[in-house]
Ligand binder design. Sequence first.
Ligand code: EPU
Length: 338
Amino acid sequence: MSTIQENISLKSYNTFGVAVNTSFFAEVFHESGLRDLLSLPIVKEQPLLVLGGGSNLLFTKDFNGLVIKVSIPGITAVVEGNVAMVTAGAGVVWNEFVNYCVGSGFAGVENLSLIPGTVGASPIQNIGAYGVELKDVFDSCTAYEIATAEERVFNFEECRFGYRDSVFKNELKGQYIITTVTFKLSTEAHINTKYGAIQAELLNRNIEHPTISDISQVVADIRVSKLPDPTTIGNAGSFFKNPVIDQLAFEQVLAKFPGIVHYPAPNEKVKLAAGWLIEQCGFKGKVVGHTGTWKNQALVLVNHGDATGAEVYSFSEEIINTVYIKFGVMLEREVNIL
Ligand code: EPU
């Protein structure tokens, strides 16, 4: 049974490094510990917050409730033919999972190297980078229903994945705690280099036939060059989603801004690069009080030291308003605001 601690600082549990407290805190290392915890009255009495790596949220105030930190460890693999089914505990650090897969010759997650966070959080927002999304390698996950403490398996369809989206952010928000995730990987590499920056970097290194290990290294290096390391500069990755707009709205904005960075999106829509929109408004690398945008990637908001969540939030409001006035496009936050 996990102990419930009182009045705990969450500064080291959120990658933004915001100093807030929670009234109650419990860490679970095993499914049985989670089941026991969920049977306690406090779970029904207090607002709940389930934390993985704390890499996709911004606390704007103290949390008056119970934080459950999921730290279930363990990775197991079953190989049949050229398919590797790999199951990882929700508490496994995502990049350690990627390193395990790359080191074992299991292909599929190498483009997702160095993404902060834990395995358990990865399906919730369908993490993605460099041409690959979690949904491309997802098989299933197990989760406990908070209300009943019963275990349920979610298959691919049931997760209803979308761009940085899943059923766990919508219909089932706040109802389940993911405990393990199973990935369908391959012992044969299907190298995905469609993302321009990867191709350019491979060319730069004279790598003609990249291995998954090469891809992992290149992706990690690109990330390090563009994105701030959360262990030294607090941040939560992309603060906003790339906006997806319809064709008509796109034609209007394109007429005014012919250089606008865009990509085709499903259902004849167009995805815009939010980082570009923000940079065009003069925000790239801007420092405002203790917060600002990252010098190499305007989509990432950072904590330069003692920023409060409220300070970061109000800066994000300023960005949204300025981008809207200039482009008529409304940015949506990717990071959860608490
Ligand atoms: N751009 C700018 N200025 C900037 C940033 C970007 O002009 O300050 C333009 C560039 O033209 C660039 C384009 O935007 O070509 C796209 O930039 P980048 O390749 O850095 O990717 P992104 O669209 O800004 C997305 C994900 C990242 C992911 C990268 C790489 C979202 C919200 N973000 O960013 O994911 O690492 O692609 O695949 O989809 C995250 O979700 O936390 C995250 C870091």
